[in-house]
Design a protein around this ligand. Sequence first.
Ligand code: AAL
Length: 401
Amino acid sequence: LIFAAVLVSACNSPKTTKEMKSTDDCPEKVTFTPEQIDHLGITDTNHLSAASKRALKWPTDLGNEWFIQFGPLQPLKGDLAYEEGVVRRDPSAIIKENGKYYVWYSKSTGPTQGFGGDIEKDKVFPWDRCDIWYATSEDGWTWKEEGPAVTRGEKGAYDDRSVFTVEIMKWEDKYYLCYQTVKSPYNVRVKNQVGLAWADSPDGPWTKSEEPILSPADNGVWKGEEQDRFAVIKKGDFDSHKVHDPCIIPYKGKFYLYYKGEQMGEAITFGGRQIRHGVAIADNPKGPYVKSPYNPISNSGHEICVWPYNGGIASLITTDGPEKNTIQWAPDGINFEIKSVIPGVNAHAIGLNRTADVEKEPTEILRWGLTHIYNNGDYQSIMRFSSERKTRHVAKGVKKQ
Ligand code: AAL
């Protein structure tokens, strides 16, 4: 059958008077092939439910190649095993240098007091009062903590309160760490920025950028003086409060800095928290990074988890928003479409394995990597995740084909 010849419209197909009444009207033209009707198991094309009309818009060339499930998280050994009294969280991607895997992460010590007390003295979040540390491993399971890589700035600097949630990029034999920064006092309205450090070796020494490389949009307006992040006169852009979870990908001769935005006056919507993603693009790794006019590029997600695939950029969208628990792909790094909707993701703040053969299949990079768990409200530790493709749902004892 030739595709064009079998296109049918639900409105144009013959209907009885009774059917016309029950379908009411047909404001939009729906086209489909007999193969689609069979695949979707639609009973009667004269009576398309809203769900069937949506299903008929799904891409017909999309199979299960992006569909995966995550396995149970597993603890690490050596220095990155859980340690009471210590926060290790938000691991960077893993790279392999000098025959070893390297990872960078946020590290702090002691319990979290929150925002109720003296914020000049207290620790307001587990990621407050952090420095960036790194560790190495032969096998990705047993890790040796090597020491601090990037520490907080002098009092008065833009990064004097905390440096955390780091990502690594290697480009032309140089290493770049991008990370979140907060300047004291860390109150609930404090703006969060992004800093950068570079080195000739993964072991440092690291040189920090004098100024942040990314800042929140400045077009939101707080209402009143009280420390209330929900009280606004104007919310401003999706990233008017915080720019978070930076990750730089060399792409098409430029540097794409993907990040999470938090908006002043954040609301809970039908999809949960208003968390969005944006991208800022530079000609050089050190910037300047210019925010894309297409931002936001995702209306869902939380920590950034992006990788190159087939000439485009793939993105795992977790936790927040109506498109949470999806994997998306953009042929141009900007216009993302859903490629799979996966079971609830247990691996948050993923550190991807950048040594993976990313072109082998769309989700090859997610076979294993690092993540973190909340051992309790005060302390977090880095864990290992794994995932596998799922192409059949079979009962126990039935041979998978
Ligand atoms: C994470 C990330 C950022 C936030 C905090 C630590 O999930 O989105 O890193 O600042 O929580």
